[in-house]
Ligand binder design. Structure first.
Ligand code: PLP
Length: 406
């Protein structure tokens, strides 16, 4: 997705001009999010559903922007279900994730959410609750099969022993249990084996493996299923921003894959449901911050900025140096001097008392001065929402939601 830098820069400059304190803000470009979501939707063939995993960013303005385009939302806690129902009473909801409480399962049933079951124990607890409520529950089994097609990315949740999903050797007993349980209706299988997939062809191979594996299980266990939830996991390339996941290539490949499936298996091809998080909302967000200090330590130059990883933990969480732009600020109305770095690699650190509070490392800059603004891109997913906001009790950043131009 091409970023509309001018809008983000203008918003940062306006927020900076309107504040006595150094700038620190998340800026979300909602029209850009809307366009991006529409682009993703258009690329999905008709046999696909498009859900948004709200864990990536559950701010209401973002959810409201996405709601008309997506088929529903994925929640991973009772808190997220309650949040969704408070703001979107009617939108279809999926409930997934490990360690669900009975109270959360009951909430999911009360609100008609489809539950992605993670274990035999969870299946049994859900059965008790569904029986007590007298209403059947729609479920998918989250499975963790070893698949040869599983590529290695920086974050893998399956294909090897992990805490996620039902290990392949326990699938028969879960299916047997389901046969005796009319209150639980098996709609399909859920796979979320990895995150940070940047290669469209490899992702297609994985989806093809999900289809093949599901067909084998259907034959082996005499099942008829409605859909396969293929999870999220499409990545954002923070390290090489110019090389993003090729969505048009993926869409074309997916259409061919599903056409081939239909040719070989007729009407018996399940729908594919996507529950994407990062790839939906990352691009619309920016973390804007102001340079407070610049100093040298040995050979290195450090810029200390307002805020840090307690607001924007993404680079630390993923172990990368986050891309950003410098927005020079001409005005300097202070009586003291203005430190600067010229043609130097600069490491950008925040205000926390830990050497881990680094947002970017050794970024080569033409010129950076105290008082300049930095705009970190791709901050709309797993940014504010995964950060430890109250460490050191610094104030929270502003949250600015850009609307359509008048
Ligand atoms: C079960 C499940 N679905 C969907 C997602 C969203 O993944 P992503 O943001 O990588 O698209 C996650 C993220 O961890 C997840 O655990």
């Amino acid at each position: 997705m091409r970023l509309d830098w001018d809008r983000a820069i203008a918003a940062a400059q306006q927020a900076h001009a309107g504040s006595d304190e150094p700038l620190c803000a998340f800026i979300y470009d909602l029209p850009a999010l809307k366009r991006h979501a529409a682009h993703l939707r258009e690329g999905l063939p008709g046999q696909c559903d498009f859900f948004y995993a709200i864990k990536a960013n559950s701010d209401v303005p973002l959810l409201q922007t996405l709601a008309p385009t997506v088929d529903g939302f994925e929640a991973s806690s009772g808190g997220e279900i309650a949040w969704l129902r408070q703001h979107f009473p009617q939108v279809p909801v999926i409930f997934s994730g490990p360690g669900k409480l009975d109270s959360e399962l009951a909430l999911a049933l009360q609100h008609g959410a489809t539950v992605h079951v993670e274990s035999l124990h969870e299946l049994e607890r859900l059965a008790v609750l569904a029986r007590a409520g007298g209403k059947p529950a729609s479920i998918l089994l989250r499975v963790n099969p070893p698949l040869a097609e599983l590529a290695t990315t920086t974050l893998v949740m399956g294909g090897k022993p992990t805490q996620f999903g039902i290990a392949i050797e326990h699938l028969p007993v879960c299916l047997e249990r389901l046969r005796q349980e009319p209150c639980l209706e098996l709609r399909g299988f859920h796979f979320h084996l990895l995150s940070h997939q940047l290669d469209a062809d490899k992702h297609l191979q994985l989806l093809s493996a999900y289809l093949r594996q599901t067909r084998e299980w259907c034959e082996q266990y005499g099942l008829r299923i409605e859909h396969i939830n293929v999870g999220g996991g499409i990545g954002v390339n923070y390290r090489e921003p110019q090389r993003q996941f090729d969505w048009p290539r993926f869409s074309t490949g997916l259409a061919s894959l599903l056409a081939e499936e239909a040719r070989r298996h007729g009407d018996d091809v399940p729908r594919l449901r996507f529950e994407l998080g990062r790839f939906v909302s990352a691009f619309c967000g920016y973390y804007a911050t102001e340079v407070l200090d610049i100093k040298e330590s040995g050979e290195r130059v450090f810029a200390i900025v307002r805020g840090g990883t307690h607001h924007f933990r993404t680079p630390y969480a993923q172990g990368h140096s986050h891309p950003f732009r410098v927005v020079p600020v001409a005005d300097w109305k202070h009586a003291y001097s203005r430190p600067e770095a010229v043609h130097r690699p600069v490491t950008v650190a925040g205000q926390l008392c830990t050497p881990k509070d680094v947002l970017a490392s050794d970024a080569m800059l033409d010129r950076l001065r105290v008082g300049d603004l930095l705009l970190f891109q791709y901050a709309g997913a797993y940014a504010w929402h995964i950060s430890h906001h109250d460490f050191l009790r610094h104030p929270h950043p502003q949250h600015i939601y850009l609307q359509e131009d008048a």
